[in-house]
Design a protein around this ligand. Sequence first.
Ligand code: GTP
Ligand code: MG
Length: 208
Amino acid sequence: MESEQPDKAASGRQPLRYGTVEFLKSVYALNQLPEDNLPEVAFAGRSNVGKSSLINRLINRKGLVKVSAKPGKTQSLNFFVVDQRLYLVDLPGYGFARVSKELRAEWGELITGYLGDRAPLRCVVVIIDIRHPLKEQDHDLVTWLRDRQIPWLAVYTKADKLSRNEQSRQAAALDAALTIAPGQRVLFSAKTGEGRENLIAGLDTFLG
Ligand code: GTP
Ligand code: MG
């Protein structure tokens, strides 16, 4: 007897392969957000922390997301569509001092307006430089997400810049500062690709 295999792709349960990834659009105002209700994962972090590089490594396309020569490069919400099933959203960095106060306030409004009221948003990836103690703005973002019960995942990036011992020490310090367990974050390097599989698995848990 032939057993029938359920169509996994149709039920949306097959893990994402990050096989096809395309740039959809840059969003500068909330009324420009996509309306097709695909699930979204947003990538947040300080300016220059490596958000765009992380996305490029995740999707294994070197130049698809623009990487900064100067900090503050990403000024819009940039939407990429993965396997026709998911949006990755590259957010502008916070904490960049060289833009005007007004512009910073505008960015803040766009980002918090998006993150705080977005039904398709499944997870905010909070990207933190593993080399440094937790910055106040990272802490503020996580508190803000927790207050609103918005799901998030910590990624400690630029791991290639530290020895294994230093990685463990810094990761433990960041875990303590964020009050999370080691299972709730991913060690990552956009340079070497370390952590990519863990990041994919971590994101899958939010995508169900
Ligand atoms: P903004 O969009 O300006 O906020 O920056 P961003 O957070 O998107 O950072 P971006 O990916 O542009 O990277 C900033 C710099 O860090 C670039 O010079 C990258 O090459 C470098 N970089 C990013 N990730 C890593 C990493 O994992 N390891 C190393 N060694 N360098 C990295
Ligand atoms: Mg960027």
